[in-house]
Design a protein around this ligand. Structure first.
Ligand code: IPE
Ligand code: IPE
Ligand code: MG
Length: 260
């Protein structure tokens, strides 16, 4: 079985010499079902080359594209990318505008290809505050790809773990006030069912690039028992080999969930 999975992946993937050793070290039968990425380091990557931060964001889109393509060929079912946090509005107007433009233009650029590849496009977060154009384009892309089942890709847009928890608590508060639920029906399960991640399994593996070791308000509830992996590589330089290294590191962890 393990051999069969591996052979199937090898048929689909083009491996570079540096990918091979780590690829073969992975047990592909126990691959994480959901990998979440905190894509970080675009700005520093660009600055190091004397380029504007927005140049780094454009390069970062290529990494998203590559990760979706690769993960779609692996036994991974869901990938989530932290693309814009509720705190990222603090950035300069130029950068925010460039990012908004990039979300739209990248979706337009890759939509046909993603659709053909069997990618189901989705998002988490309050996209309505990002402008009518983005909301419309993402809604259409979600509708167009809703039957795709190769891989489920979500972008976290105007998302933060706390904001998502606040909106879940508000929704439960309304139900409580209307007498639809009792306080005892506020449970871990009901909170989870009101988060924008309710259709996603919790990520087994969370990868953050650029050497920063924090969550920056990402999936605070969902990552309670996720394995965290920090790569020193900036997001535009994150390649297959780095993904494989992260998966291998994940497999070496002993997940205990509070048990012995
Ligand atoms: C991550 O890269 C991309 C977004 C937050 C949209 P950054 O823009 O945070 O890059 P650094 O961390 O400043 O290098
Ligand atoms: C986290 O990165 C947000 C995204 C990747 C979208 P930031 O670069 O905004 O996080 P901090 O400010 O370094 O914590
Ligand atoms: Mg950053």
């Amino acid at each position: 079985m393990a051999q069969q999975i591996k052979e199937q992946i090898l048929k689909d993937l083009i491996l570079l010499p540096e990918d091979t050793e780590v690829f073969h070290a992975i047990d592909w039968e126990s691959c994480p079902q959901h990998i979440a990425f905190i894509m970080d380091g675009n700005g520093r990557w660009a600055k190091a080359q004397g380029k504007p931060r927005t140049y780094g964001h454009s390069a970062g889109v290529r990494t998203v594209h590559e990760m979706v393509e690769v993960c779609g060929k692996l036994p991974v079912r869901h990938v989530t990318f932290y693309a814009f946090s509720t705190e990222n509005w603090k950035r300069s107007e130029t950068e925010v505008r460039a990012l908004m433009g990039l979300f739209s233009s990248s979706l337009r650029k890759y939509l046909d290809e993603l659709e053909t590849q069997g990618v189901r496009i989705d998002w988490i977060g309050d996209i309505s505050a990002m402008g009518g154009q983005i909301e419309k384009e993402f809604t259409e892309a979600k509708e167009r790809t809703k039957h795709n089942s190769r891989i489920h890709m979500s972008l976290a847009l105007n998302y933060s773990g706390r904001a998502d928890l606040v909106s879940a608590v508000r929704a439960l508060g309304v139900k409580l006030r209307n007498g639809e639920i009792s306080p005892l029906e506020i449970t871990e399960e009901s909170i989870q069912n009101h988060l924008s991640t309710r259709f996603l399994p919790e990520p087994e593996l969370l990868i953050r690039t650029s050497g920063e070791m924090r969550l920056s308000n990402f999936m605070l509830w969902e990552c309670a028992y996720s394995e965290l992996y920090f790569s020193s590589v900036h997001w535009p330089d994150f390649k297959k080999v780095h993904l494989f290294e992260a998966i291998l590191a994940y497999q070496k962890r002993q997940r205990r969930f509070g048990g012995e």
